[in-house]
Design a protein around this ligand. Structure first.
Ligand code: FAD
Ligand code: DLZ
Ligand code: SF4
Length: 509
């Protein structure tokens, strides 16, 4: 019999490991739209539409390359709804001699793949996913050699390994490894010349999928009205070029800035494409470096962008697999409050939150600082159950797969791993949001006040968060300054702040 090669929804790369090792003439590629994957969390409608449409286009691409593709659609009446049951049906259709598959991107699906050999009595080869720079073995040995894991040192090794932005003498370009300090400019005024991502008009395939999703997932969060994602490699490359030409030059300067009604700013909007396999992250980094070498973009932009990909992206993946499947259950701060309902509607009078959540509903997208310092910061300060926060992020973003979402949410944003991913919690008061955005200008709250009817909720919550967690965080060197400031406040002021926070938190329940 032939080889059966299942290709999962985030493996949309023509030379993915399992295919690269196979003979087209003797293989059947199996692609499956299955209910379990669309419902293991209640994904945003646009996320489901993006993945299904990209899968359908990818099947066409593989066929054009000469592969035989067996494609099971979600609305096929015989569809059994899970990867394992669909592989069983495909075995009955094709009588394969063996299964080859590329490793899954999360523990949940990995367990399924590992069960197939015994269950089906067929040889199953699980190929390592080599679309990443750093293999599991490499990360594990890097981590084993260290008492404390820090992204910055991992990143330097990835720079050396790739040679990206390195001089011929083996030093970092410009003399520094990291230009983050130059990437914190407050937002400029709005103008009409701001870059916008390419808006791809849905073709017939995408329109079919949009109708299917509107019909089947009406109860999931999100709008389909603004669906303009790329769904093929060629389209994703157009967005890549748009980013390189128009946004990258100022990506560095304004990486942390936020502006009302401007969801995209100078970000790339490439994460859904990279994570699904439509774009090659290393090729993208080489294109960024080439722009720098050609004098078209400054070093802080090129370095800042490359760091996100070969540094953060690879690092969080390493942590995800290194820490094991129970990472998702951690709750270092012991928080239990349910996620407030406005995370699903955007209906809150906190303007920053309404903006970040509103654009998430519209576009299944928010940029890093919105995720970290608006919605993430709020959940951290309010003491929300980190598992609920994790599920929300996994649901709402088109780029969300557990291997990348979980360490970012549970670790970096919610400090629920106790400081493994970041050395201090990303907690901030309204002052930070006011510095990095124009949100506060059109908010009903006053960002300068800590107590009273009009006080910005982030302020009292920030101090209350520190006070509440003093036992766990009081000894953190990086929080010494805020704890000193808290201790210096007069006792009645502290009591008023804590009372303000308590009343606000009660109003959430
Ligand atoms: P840009 O700002 O243009 O950055 C360029 C690229 O760098 C991104 O496309 C992405 O591939 C990579 N990158 C940047 N930061 C990170 C990071 N912290 N971790 C991994 N890759 C990074 N990213 C996801 O891809 N999927 C997620 O599910 C996800 N969940 C997140 C949850 C939280 C709470 C936070 C704080 C961050 C999360 N991120 C996630 C990281 C980051 O916010 C997104 O990668 C980024 O906003 C995607 O938009 P962009 O392509 O315009 O990014
Ligand atoms: C996220 C997702 C969704 C919504 N639907 C499918 C699907 O129908 N078929 C499929 O193969 N993959 C889907 N995915 C992506 C998978 O969940 C993804 O491959 C795993 O998360 C990786 O382990
Ligand atoms: Fe957000 Fe507070 Fe600013 Fe309003 S005042 S936008 S709630 S930080």
């Amino acid at each position: 019999g032939p080889f059966l090669i299942p290709v999962l929804g985030d493996q949309l790369t023509p030379d993915i490991a399992a295919l690269r090792h196979a003979d087209k003439a003797r293989s059947v590629v199996l692609m499956m739209e299955v209910a379990d994957e669309t419902r293991y969390v209640r994904h945003h409608k646009a996320k489901i539409a993006f993945i299904l449409s990209a899968m359908r286009h990818h099947a066409d691409r593989l066929r054009a390359l000469g592969w035989t593709v067996d494609y099971v659609k979600l609305d096929d009446p015989a569809n059994s709804g899970s990867f394992t049951a669909e592989v069983a049906r495909a075995i009955a259709r094709h009588h394969p001699a063996a299964i080859h598959v590329t490793e899954a991107g999360e523990w949940r699906v990995r367990a399924m793949l590992e069960d197939w050999e015994l269950r089906f009595g067929l040889p199953v080869t699980i190929h390592e996913d080599d679309r990443f720079l750093c293999s599991h073995a490499e990360f594990d040995s890097w981590a084993a050699a260290r008492k404390q894991l820090r992204m910055e040192f991992f990143y330097r090794d990835m720079r050396r390994k790739t040679g990206l932005l390195m001089t011929s003498a083996g030093n970092p370009e410009g003399g520094e490894w990291n230009y983050d300090a130059e990437n914190r400019k407050p937002p400029p005024g709005r103008d009409l010349l701001m870059p916008q991502p390419v808006r791809f008009r849905p073709d017939a395939v995408t329109q079919d999928v949009l109708a299917l999703v509107a019909d089947r997932f009406a109860d999931h969060i999100g709008s389909l009205d603004h669906f303009h994602f790329a769904v093929t490699h060629e389209e994703a490359m157009r967005q890549q070029r748009r980013f390189l030409d128009e946004a990258l030059p100022r990506f560095g300067d304004y990486q942390d800035a936020m502006l009302t009604d401007e969801p995209f700013l100078w970000h790339s909007i490439l994460s859904p494409y990279i994570n699904a396999g439509l774009l090659d992250p290393l090729a993208l980094c080489h294109a960024v470096e080439a722009r720098y070498r050609a004098g078209k973009v400054p070093l802080n932009a090129a370095e800042g962008f490359i760091r996100q990909i070969i540094g953060w992206r690879e690092y969080v993946r390493g942590i995800y697999w290194h820490e094991g499947p129970d990472y998702a259950q951690r709750n270092a701060l012991g928080t239990t409050r349910p996620l407030p309902g406005f995370y699903w509607t955007g209906e809150t009078d906190m303007h920053c939150m309404a903006q970040a959540i509103g654009q998430t509903i519209d576009h299944a997208y928010a940029h890093h600082i919105q995720r970290l310092m608006i919605t993430g910061n709020f959940a951290l300060l309010a003491g929300i159950d980190p598992h609920q926060v994790h599920v929300w992020y996994l649901e709402v973003y088109a780029d969300a797969y557990e291997w990348v979402e979980l360490p970012n949410t549970l670790g970096m944003s919610q400090f629920a791993d106790g400081g493994l991913l970041g050395s201090k919690p990303y907690a901030a008061s309204g002052a930070y949001i006011n510095r990095m955005s124009d949100y506060c200008k059109s908010c009903r709250y006053d960002v300068k006040q800590r107590v009273g009817e009009d006080a910005c909720p982030f302020n009292a919550l920030y101090w209350d968060f520190l006070a509440r967690n003093e036992k766990l965080l009081g000894g953190n060197m990086r929080l010494a300054m805020p704890y000193r400031n808290w201790a210096k406040m007069a006792q009645p002021d502290r009591a008023a702040i804590r009372d303000q926070a308590a009343r606000f938190l009660t109003s959430l329940d």
